[in-house]
Design a protein around this ligand. Structure first.
Ligand code: NAG
Ligand code: NAG
Ligand code: NAG
Length: 221
């Protein structure tokens, strides 16, 4: 059985790299305490199950910030595109630009059954072909916080109209090991990215290795 635990995610809250325009305040000594699920092996963030809707989540997202990860090292213009497979899984199409070349990878995200106790919605196991199974038994892709503006069921795509701070998603991995800050807009205002990074920090992300992802002068997106 899963237990719900309060996870103390240390006091070392470093600054966000690659944001030279604004100096962050000195690291706070106040620890961040956030709710998590523990299955005896790994810790998992709680998903934003009230707001997550798979039908609305599909489509293209741009990664505007995140934890430095080996699989995206050196990449700019990182994007993720989600669509529904006929068998109920989600097709994951990721791409980025590295040294002027486009790199893409395709995988499958499978929703984790809510009966397993990791959350009702917004919890997935993402698997890419030829890569080892995730080490943790639970989800490796958890949507911790999401806000989308266009939830009126109007059909007109008024993409230029999103002036408030919606259209972001905070995605974390098992053990809070990798943050993906996703945005519907490729280059949202910097202040919005900062605000969402602060939400990610309060939700348990270790900010030490979090960087902004360059989404300018993209050749392929
Ligand atoms: C945050 O990450 C850094 C770098 O990986 C590590 O040195 C530090 O111990 C981590 N802090 C916490 C509270 O886990
Ligand atoms: C996740 O964290 C737990 C507890 O610290 C640790 O025992 C486990 O090895 C970690 N798993 C992975 C895959 O990092
Ligand atoms: C579901 O369909 C996708 C795309 O065709 C496929 O890659 C995946 O293996 C299928 N998964 C299952 C559990 O059938």
């Amino acid at each position: 059985m899963l237990t719900s635990t309060l996870l103390l995610l240390g006091a070392s809250l470093g600054s966000v790299v690659a944001s030279p325009l604004r100096r962050r305040q000195a690291p706070s000594q106040t620890p961040v305490v956030t709710d998590a699920t523990y299955d005896g092996q790994c810790y998992y963030p709680k998903p934003d199950e009230d707001d997550f809707e798979l039908d609305e989540y599909v489509g293209r997202w741009y990664q505007v910030a995140g934890t430095v990860a080996p699989f995206t090292a050196g990449c700019k213009c990182i994007f993720a595109e989600y669509s529904l497979n006929a068998n109920g899984t989600v097709r994951v199409f990721n791409g980025c630009e590295l040294d002027g070349q486009e790199i893409t990878i395709e995988g499958t995200a499978t929703a984790v059954n809510e009966d397993l106790g990791y959350g009702e919605d917004g919890v997935f196991r993402v698997q890419f072909p030829g890569q080892p199974e995730p080490e943790c038994p639970g989800p490796n892709y958890i949507v911790q916080d999401i806000e989308q503006d266009d939830d009126d069921d109007d059909d007109d795509d008024d993409d230029d109209d999103d002036s408030n701070d919606g259209n972001f998603a905070i995605v974390q991995a098992s053990n809070f090991s990798t943050l993906f800050l996703l945005s519907r807009q490729q280059n949202p205002p910097s202040s919005q990215i900062d605000a969402w990074l602060e939400r990610a920090r309060l939700l348990g992300t270790n900010m030490t290795d979090v960087i902004r992802i360059d989404q300018t002068n993209c050749q392929f997106t």
